[in-house]
Write a protein that binds this ligand. Sequence first.
Ligand SMILES: [Zn+2]
Length: 274
Amino acid sequence: MKILIAVDMEGITGVVHGDQVTPTHPEYDRFRRLATGDVNAAVRGAFAAGADEVVVSDGHWDNRNLLLEQLDPRARLNSGSPRPFSMVQGIDGGVEGVFFIGYHARVGTPDAILDHTWSTARVAGLWLNDQETGEIGLNAAVCGHFGAPVLMISGDQSACAEASALLGSVETVVVKHATGRNSAECLSPHETARLIEQGAARAVGRLLAGKAPVPFRLTEPIGVAVAFIRSEMADGAAIMPGARRTGGKRVEYTAEDMPTAYRAFRSLVALASV
Ligand SMILES: [Zn+2]
């Protein structure tokens, strides 16, 4: 059984502020170590419960955060950017289940560390088939296209609640209780490692027992709607062939399938860099 571990950084153990996940900031080094620790706990749990292959997708910033030299040697690491499947790189390689480690809630969520959807600076909202969606739903839908269910998530309580509401009975591991966008009561890395390892093992055990959540699939064609922060960002995004300007700050696109919707969303946000 092959497991993909998709890793973001805002929901990693101890992270409460953007400085801690910004590569140029002195605090960042501490948190890439903590991120590698959260991932290693998930790798241990997956193998202990019967996985025989684990691939990791480093998915924050430029996708160069995790420390390969400290990663469990049984895992392989997708590192670097850009790449075809971005935060879930490797999903097209016969993956049977996915973990989201260090994930965060969508833009606009209260009591959620660093809530955002792809870009804090550019994106005010994302809708897929008219349902407001953050990075959890966006990436889960790409996994669902390939028939892979999301089995577990780690992050703050709001990210875990968002995943449960959208994906059903996914295993959730709360590593911190957010009390604002930049404040949380954090569990120690020692404790979160224990909880993540146990959650990962339960998740794989349920998959092997035929009791995993069903893959998250969206009905095709898929409507993508993006609300940008400022109207000139929508001016830039609307340049994309096939895009429709449906409001001062809003651009929409209809995609034949989820991989195309993912590429369209990423392209719209990239074009919005003004
Ligand atoms: Zn991130």
